[in-house]
Design a protein around this ligand. Structure first.
Ligand code: NDP
Ligand code: 2IT
Length: 462
C-alpha cells in the first residue's frame, strides 16, 4: 500500500500557505455564518488549492477559488401540500446553482429532514469539482427539501413532488439546470417530478436524469454510482498491485449507492459483511450474497422497511444506533451520508485492518478521520472522484436525450468504466507526492479545480 501523504513544501512555504488558507477560510466563515458543512467542504478543498495556486497568479488575481465558493444563485422556496388527512403541510426547499462555467448546472435533489442551506451548499460546491472530473460538460448544483418521505404514502409523495416542481420548474431546463436523485429521491420521485414539469411546460425534454427507461432514462443510471465506486476501488488497488478478490468489505447505508456497490463487489470477488441504515447496522460474517442482496433491495426499495429485518430473516447480528466501522475488514465503502466516519471510527477501521476506502456518500469522512486514515497509510479516494459515476451516467443520459437515442447497457457500462479509469488517472497524476505515494484527495481537488478555473478565466469576470 502507498505511504501516507507526505508534506511537499519547505517549512516556511507551508507556514505561508497555512496562514493564507486560514485567512481565506476566516473570510468564508464570516460570509457564511452557521454553515458548518459548507465550511468543512471549502476548507478541505482550500487546503490543496491555495498551495497549488501559490505560483499561478492567473488564478489568484482572478480570485477563482473565492468565486467558486460563492454560489451563482441560491433559490429558496416554500412547498405547501396536503397530506392524506387533508392537513396542510409546509416544507422548505432550495436549489443551489453553484457554478456553470463548464456546462448547465447539474446535481441531485435530496429529500431528508436534515436538509438545510449549509448541507446543500456543501453538496453544490463539491458537485462543481466532481462534475469537472467526469470530463463531461456539466456545471455544479444541488437542491432538495426538508421533507421526510419516511412513513408517507405514494399519494403523499406524489403531491409533495408536484408542489415542489411547481416552483422549481421556473428555474431549470435542459440547457439551464438538470436535477437528478440523491438521498430520498429515487426513480419514483423523479417520475412524479418529470410528470409535473411536463404538465407545466408542455415539453418532453431531458430536464431531469434518473428517469425510467421507458421515458428517456439511461440504462445503468440506477447502478452507476455504486458500480463506479467499485470501479474506482479496483483502479486504485490495481495501481497498488492488489485486487478486490477475496477481500472483506464493509459497506454502510442500504439505499441506491450501497446496494449497487454490494452487487458489483460480489461480482468482483469481494465479501461484503455489513450494511446499515439510520437505525443501526447488520453484520453478516457469511457475506451478503446476491440472493440476500435481492432481499435488501426489496426491503429498502419497495417495502421501505428497516435493516434490522435482514438480521431477523438471515439470523445475523443487528447493532442498534451504531455504524459498521468496528467490524474488521480490508476495504471500506461509506455509502450513507456526510460525516458518518469520525476519528474514533477511523481508529477502529485501522485496528480492524482497513487498507483502502472509497467514499460512496458525499463527504462521509470528518477531517480528523481523514488525517487518521492517511497517517495510517490507508488509501483514500474522496467522494468527488469515487462517486462521480452517478453523475457521469446522468451526463450520458443527457447526451442520449439530445440524440433521441438509447445506448445498450453494455455501451453505457463501458463508458462508465472508461470515465472512472480516466478520473483515477487524473487524481493519480495530480496527487503524486515527492516522497512517493499518492494523495488522492489532493489529486481530485486539483484536477477538478483546474478545468473549471480555466473555463472561468476564459469567460471573464462574472
Ligand atoms: P438513499 O436514500 O437511496 O439511501 C440512503 C441510505 O443512507 C439509507 O440507507 C439511509 O438510511 C442512510 N442514511 C441517510 N441519512 C442518514 C443519516 N443521517 N444517518 C444514517 N444513515 C443515513 O440515498 P443514496 O444511496 O442515493 O445516497 C447515499 C449517499 O450517496 C449520499 O451521501 C448521497 O449524496 C451520495 N450520492 C448519491 C448518488 C446517487 O446517484 N444517488 C450519487 C453520488 C453520491 P434510512 O433508510 O434509515 O434513511
Ligand atoms: O451527488 C451526486 O453526484 C448525485 N446525487 C448525482 C447527481 C446527478 O445529477 O446525477
Amino acid at each position: 500500500m502507498a505511504s501516507p501523504a507526505a508534506a511537499q513544501n519547505s517549512p516556511s512555504t507551508a507556514l505561508d500557505s497555512n496562514a493564507e488558507v486560514n485567512a481565506f477560510l476566516n473570510q468564508v466563515a464570516t460570509r457564511n455564518p452557521g454553515e458548518p458543512e459548507f465550511l468543512q467542504a471549502v476548507h478541505e478543498v482550500a487546503t490543496d488549492i491555495v498551495p497549488f495556486t501559490a505560483d499561478k497568479p492567473q488564478y489568484r488575481d482572478a480570485r477563482i477559488l473565492e468565486r467558486m465558493a460563492e454560489p451563482d444563485r441560491i433559490i429558496s422556496f416554500r412547498v405547501c401540500w396536503t397530506d392524506d388527512n387533508n392537513e396542510v403541510q409546509i416544507n422548505r426547499a432550495y436549489r443551489i446553482q453553484n457554478n456553470n462555467a463548464i456546462g448547465p448546472y447539474k446535481g441531485g435533489l435530496r429529500f431528508h429532514p436534515s436538509v438545510n442551506q449549509s448541507v446543500l451548499k456543501f453538496l453544490a460546491f463539491e458537485q462543481t469539482l466532481k462534475n469537472s472530473l467526469t470530463s463531461l460538460p456539466m456545471g455544479g448544483g444541488k437542491g432538495g427539501a426538508d421533507f421526510d418521505p419516511k412513513g408517507r404514502s405514494d399519494a403523499e409523495v406524489m403531491r409533495f413532488c408536484q408542489a415542489f416542481m411547481t416552483e422549481l420548474s421556473r428555474h431549470i431546463g435542459p440547457n439551464i439546470d438538470v436535477p437528478a436523485g440523491d438521498i430520498g429521491v429515487g426513480g419514483r420521485e423523479i417520475g412524479y417530478l418529470f410528470g409535473q414539469y411536463k404538465r407545466l411546460n408542455t415539453r418532453f425534454e431531458g430536464v431531469l436524469t434518473g428517469k425510467g427507461p421507458s421515458f428517456g432514462g439511461s440504462l445503468i443510471r440506477p447502478e452507476a454510482t455504486g458500480y463506479g465506486v467499485v470501479y474506482m476501488m479496483h483502479n486504485m488497488l490495481a495501481h497498488a498491485g492488489q485486487s478486490i478478490e477475496g477481500k472483506t468489505c464493509l459497506v454502510s447505508g442500504s439505499g441506491n449507492v450501497a446496494t449497487f456497490c454490494v452487487e458489483k463487489l460480489n461480482s468482483m470477488g469481494g465479501k461484503v459483511v455489513t450494511l446499515s441504515d439510520s437505525s443501526g447496522f447488520i453484520h453478516d460474517p457469511d457475506g451478503i450474497t446476491d440472493e440476500k442482496l435481492a432481499y435488501v433491495m426489496d426491503l429498502k426499495g419497495n417495502r421501505r422497511g428497516r435493516i434490522d429485518e435482514y438480521a431477523k430473516a438471515f439470523g445475523c447480528d443487528f447493532v442498534a444506533n451504531a455504524r459498521p466501522w468496528i467490524v474488521p475488514g480490508q476495504l471500506a465503502f461509506p455509502c450513507a451520508t456526510q460525516n458518518e466516519v469520525n476519528e474514533k471510527d477511523a481508529a477502529d477501521l485501522v485496528k480492524g485492518g482497513c487498507q483502502a476506502m472509497a467514499e460512496g456518500a458525499n463527504m462521509p469522512t470528518t477531517p480528523a478521520a481523514v488525517t487518521a486514515l492517511q497517517e495510517a497509510g490507508v488509501l483514500l479516494v474522496p467522494a468527488k472522484a469515487a462517486n462521480a459515476g452517478g453523475v457521469a451516467v446522468s451526463g450520458l443520459e443527457m447526451s442520449q436525450n439530445s440524440l433521441r437515442y438509447a445506448w445498450t447497457r453494455d455501451e453505457v457500462d463501458a463508458r462508465l468504466q472508461t470515465i472512472m479509469r480516466d478520473i483515477h488517472e487524473q487524481c493519480a497524476g495530480y496527487g503524486e507526492q515527492t516522497g512517493g505515494g499518492l494523495d488522492y484527495l489532493k489529486g481530485a481537488n486539483i484536477a477538478g479545480f483546474v478545468k473549471v478555473a480555466d473555463a472561468m478565466l476564459a469567460q471573464g469576470v462574472n
